[in-house]
Design a protein around this ligand. Structure first.
Ligand code: FES
Length: 203
């Protein structure tokens, strides 16, 4: 028996698959959307990086950050001995010109100098450098007076005055309002003046 093939019969069609995501979009549109998403992601990353860079590295109350000491009227008097602030690594002293925050580290080779009540000034136990109560160089091998942190006088959230470095030395900020807040910024250190310029230098 002879078998005939009917060429007129329709061929079984191959099932076509469609991608539900790309269906309805041209290749150009998909590339445009992908590019826009990549740019958006890059912008987001840049924004986060900038924010991370700009935000303070140290929190208030830890070394490297700011220390709020209270209002000006609670400061020690001009004659009181310095007050140690070990967390901020500074000695707080008040003077007739304004408050100072003296960095606790000796400007010679980095030892911790001490307040000597019998001498009435600071003395370093390592190589005997001496500094006045206000941080001026008196005597010893170090090359400069004590470094200081910037003190801010703050009123109603506004900084009204700060410690300034001038050609004649470091000038403390003037307090005109006894209710102003005293803030020490341990992130900003000013180098002590050359010992040759110290008004307290002992020959
Ligand atoms: S480290 Fe203070 S005098 Fe040398």
């Amino acid at each position: 028996m002879t078998t005939y093939i009917d060429h007129a019969a329709p061929m079984a069609s191959t099932p076509t698959t469609t991608n539900p995501i790309t269906e309805g979009y041209t290749r150009r549109e998909i590339l445009t959307y992908a590019w826009a998403a990549a740019v958006g992601l890059m912008t987001l990353e840049t924004t986060f990086a900038a924010f991370d860079y700009l935000k303070p590295r140290f929190r208030a109350g830890e070394f490297g950050g700011k220390f709020t000491l209270g209002i000006a009227s609670v400061l020690p008097t001009d004659d009181d001995p310095p007050v140690s602030q070990p967390n901020g690594k500074f000695w707080l002293v008040n003077t007739s010109e304004g408050p100072k925050a003296l960095y606790m580290v000796c400007t010679h080779l980095g030892c911790l100098y001490k307040w000597d009540a019998s001498l009435g000034h600071f003395k370093c136990p390592c190589h005997s450098s001496e500094y006045s109560r206000e941080g001026h160089y008196i005597y010893g091998p170090t090359s400069r007076s004590l470094d200081q942190f910037v003190v801010e006088i703050v009123e109603n959230g506004k900084v009204m005055a700060t410690t300034q470095q001038t050609v004649t030395g470091i000038m403390p900020p003037h307090i005109s309002n006894p209710n102003a807040e005293i803030v020490v910024n341990t992130g900003q250190r000013l180098l002590g003046q050359d010992r040759a310029l110290s008004p307290m230098r002992r020959a």
